[in-house]
Design a protein. Structure first.
Length: 422
């Protein structure tokens, strides 16, 4: 279940994040009246309620239009979009299910259809952050705790391509100006500007804020950042941004096809089979994937639960963290995630907490390693991080996955023996 190589449908696992649709309803009545629109005013189309994604295999490419029409008629589905995922060779059709039909029932029947490679709900994901407080630059502790300042003598992540799949990021922020090589948005109908996107601005800044900016230097200030906007704030006061299977799948596919080397996913939600396929393809293409974890001692959430990603756990300035008990996860990287100084929109700064920030630190350290050994595989990077991390007290009893506080200097020195780490 936890491997990205296991692609069978798992259903919607219980998760702390709500799904945007309801699965209860009347019995399916295919062949009756056309589907009725269930629009949510002001919500981007990729985040509307009661949507499903149906993936068609490449071997049936010539039949895709006919299959789409037939599925619409047979199940009274309203077509709302379609997109290719070239990295895994499928065409995705997005339909809205009428309120009088069972989403679970429709998905079950579609997955039994030999023309369908995969059918699933368009699920909801959120950025994994806590609240913000007043900014104080002097409280920045992340680089020092991970010994990044020492690692920078040998590596800054120079020219390593890093993708931030998140909200947008304020490209005009003094710390990010010139650091972001590419932007793209996969949320249609949402706010087009990136300037008010808080979460992605913070994550991008922790990873790659430039040296000499107004705030603290990023973990990998030499990295080339790509910001792929897949998450959206429902209103300016919303504490968390919303993403969906649809937006995230397109962003991950984009990262794979554009030869990204490190992928940051500071978000979480329920098990998602389409995204699991894509993240397995990312690893096959040599991409290191870092994912934030849920604040749950029994479940790290998805995609952190996949054995092909590096799960990131938040600690405070003293390296303290509550040891989670996650069966099947051999290693979780611990990094700063409590009251972390981060860039905020409009040239400001904030203190932010959550495993989203821990993931950004881990992503930055991975970029430092890739500057030293550009051809290193994801498994090699995971091995180096685990071998050089500082074990935390109480994190290694039998049956409990190892937790290790990252040591950027020791990790880079493993790749570059000329670097001395006192």
């Amino acid at each position: 279940m936890r491997s990205a190589k296991q692609w069978r449908l798992s259903g919607v696992a219980a998760a702390v994040l709500a799904v945007l649709f309801g699965c209860a309803g009347s019995p399916d009545r295919p062949g009756s009246s056309p589907a009725t629109a269930i629009d949510e005013p002001g919500v981007p189309k990729q985040l509307q309620a009661r949507q499903i994604i149906v993936a068609l295999p490449d071997r049936l490419r010539s039949d895709w239009p006919a299959i789409s029409r037939d599925l619409q008629a047979q199940y009274r589905l309203r077509p709302v979009g379609e997109f290719p995922l070239t990295s895994i060779g499928v065409q995705c059709l997005v339909f809205q299910v009428p309120a009088d039909q069972s989403i679970a029932g429709i998905i079950g029947r579609l997955n039994a259809d030999p023309r369908v490679a995969l059918a699933q709900p368009n699920q909801n994901f959120e950025g994994l952050q806590g609240g913000a407080t007043h900014p104080y630059r002097e409280l920045a502790y992340g680089a020092k705790l991970l010994r990044v300042d020492l690692a920078h003598r040998a590596s800054t992540g120079r020219d390593v391509a890093v993708a931030v799949i998140d909200t947008g990021a304020d490209t005009d922020h003094p710390d990010l100006r010139g650091q972001i090589a590419q932007i793209a948005t996969f949320v249609e109908g949402g706010e087009p500007s990136f300037r008010s996107d808080r979460h992605g601005t913070a994550v991008a800044g922790v990873i790659g804020a430039r040296a000499g900016g107004g705030g603290s230097e990023g973990i990998a200030p030499g990295a080339r950042l790509t910001v792929l906007k897949s998450c959206w704030y429902s209103d300016p006061a919303a504490s968390k941004a919303r993403c969906s299977s649809w937006t995230l799948a397109k962003a991950v596919d984009h990262a794979i096809t554009h030869r990204i080397k490190v992928l940051n996913l500071s978000l979480g939600g329920p098990m998602d089979d389409l995204l699991a396929r894509l993240l397995a393809a990312a690893e096959r293409n040599g991409i290191i994937v870092v994912a934030a974890t849920l604040d749950n001692p029994l479940d790290p959430g998805f995609p952190a639960s996949l054995d092909t990603v590096i799960p990131a756990v938040a600690c405070d300035a003293n390296g303290r963290v509550a040891a989670p008990r996650w069966p099947g996860i051999p290693f979780a990287a611990v990094a700063p995630g409590v009251e972390v100084v981060a860039p905020a929109p409009n040239a400001s700064y904030t203190l932010m907490s959550g495993s989203s920030l821990a993931a950004a630190h881990v992503t930055g350290v991975a970029a430092l390693l890739l500057q030293q050994t550009p051809q290193a595989t994801p498994d090699r990077i995971r091995t180096v991080l685990r071998a050089t991390a500082r074990p935390l007290a109480g994190s290694t009893p039998a049956g409990v996955p190892r937790l290790g506080l990252l040591d950027a200097c020791a990790a880079v020195a493993r790749q570059n023996p000329t670097l001395a780490c006192p």
